[in-house]
Write a protein that binds this ligand. Structure first.
Ligand SMILES: CC(=O)N[C@@H](CCC[C@H](N)C(=O)O)C(=O)O
Length: 375
């Protein structure tokens, strides 16, 4: 039997950024090869830092997919745990728990040959480069493309034992925004001879707030957040450039498109009114809204509702993003939240999931996947 806690702690200590997960891939491969050795129905292939493991079914009529993401975040860990990461990266989004759960499921589900095909996807770059979209668009699945796809995400505020999802939209679609205003630097005492990019960026940040208050249907929802602004060098020099980095989040793609259009118009308008150059990049990539398939989600919810150990919650959508949204736009499936009872939230440098979730997740999700693959 795998020692799940030992595996999780090792994965936790070696986080890597999307598409650079070489050490993570090497370790995952070591564990996976041990699980599938002497199992002629198991086959493995890699795509960049991703891994696909197929358990070929004995009487396969379809392929069920289970997806985990494997990348970490550029966060300096502050948990003080003995196995904390020391490399300036952190599994602050719980992908160490996701990967360990997938390994536990692979171990259980490969004990005997399934009836249907069962594909395990260890996907890189969920946080930055939409690895799911890259893999799909580059045909990494080949003839292993699932007919149904399932996956989970940890949720700190929910307790171990909670599984939460719904039959419609679970996560928002996101769009990353990078924007630079370029004016003319100069002496603080001679503003009329310069063109202050910091002032233009400030007007932009204020005006862009009107998208949510004046363009978005009050019964719909959108978020426009700028988490980073960089301008100028010191108090008595007028800033030549101002850089802003932000994110748009919406529950429908139509709203995302509308928000992107309005943001572009406002940025162009501010640049024109201040006589500045504008460099605007909008990157949505694979971060489409995560739309659960109603029929499959209803089946999964009924299944977990009947499991005594599971507290099934029918939950509202959240404004978090996930590139699983792209895969679910191509293949019907379901994503759900898994409660991990962490005092600190997702992306925090103190995110500390309760490891008791590993046994709970493997035991209960294995039952679901066994039902789906008809043993
Ligand atoms: C679950 C989670 O936290 N996902 C990330 C996804 C990143 C999306 C993209 N890089 C962006 O910032 O728009 C999130 O931030 O929600």
């Amino acid at each position: 039997m795998l020692n799940l806690i030992k595996i999780r702690r090792h994965l936790h200590s070696i986080p890597e950024i999307g598409l650079q997960e070489h050490g993570t891939q090497k370790y995952l491969l070591e564990v996976i090869y041990k699980i599938i050795e002497n199992k002629p129905f198991a086959e493995l292939k890699t795509w960049q830092t991703g891994i696909l493991v197929m358990l070929h079914g004995s009487h396969a009529t379809k392929t069920i997919g289970w997806r985990t993401d494997i990348d970490g975040l550029p966060v300096e860990e502050q948990t003080g745990l003995p196995f904390a990461s020391k490399n300036g990266r952190m599994h602050a989004c719980g992908h160490d728990i996701h990967m360990t759960t997938a390994l536990g499921l692979l171990e259980q589900l490969s004990e005997t040959q399934p009836h249907e095909n069962l594909l395990f996807l260890f996907q890189p770059a969920e946080e930055n480069e939409a690895g799911g979209k890259l893999m799909y668009d580059e045909n990494a699945f080949g003839d292993w493309k699932p007919d149904e796809f399932y996956g989970l995400h940890v949720r700190p505020e929910l307790a171990v034992g909670d599984i939460a999802t719904n039959t419609h939209t679970l996560f928002a679609g996101t769009c990353e925004v990078e924007l630079t205003f370029k004016g003319k630097g100069g002496h603080a005492a001679f503003p009329h001879e310069a063109n202050d990019a910091l002032v233009a960026a400030s007007y932009f940040v204020t005006q862009v707030q009107t998208i949510v208050s004046r363009n978005v249907d009050p019964l719909g929802s959108a978020v426009v957040t700028f988490g980073k602004m960089e301008a100028g060098t010191t108090n008595n020099i007028i800033a030549e450039t101002a850089f802003l980095h932000g994110t748009i989040r919406t529950l429908t793609q139509e709203m995302n498109t509308l928000t992107q259009k309005r943001l572009t118009k406002i940025a162009q308008g501010v640049a024109q009114s201040f006589d500045m150059e504008l460099d605007l990049k909008l990157k949505q990539g694979g971060y489409l809204p995560v739309e659960n398939n109603p029929k499959l989600a209803s089946e999964l919810m009924t299944f977990f509702e009947d499991e005594a150990a599971v507290n099934l919650i029918d939950i509202e959508p959240a404004m978090t993003g996930e590139d699983f949204g792209y895969l679910l736009s191509k293949i019907p499936g379901v994503m759900f939240w898994l409660g991990v009872d962490s005092p600190a939230p997702l992306h925090s440098n103190k995110m500390t999931p309760n490891e008791a979730v590993l046994d709970f997740a493997v035991e209960n999700i294995a039952k679901f996947l066994k039902m789906k693959t008809k043993r």
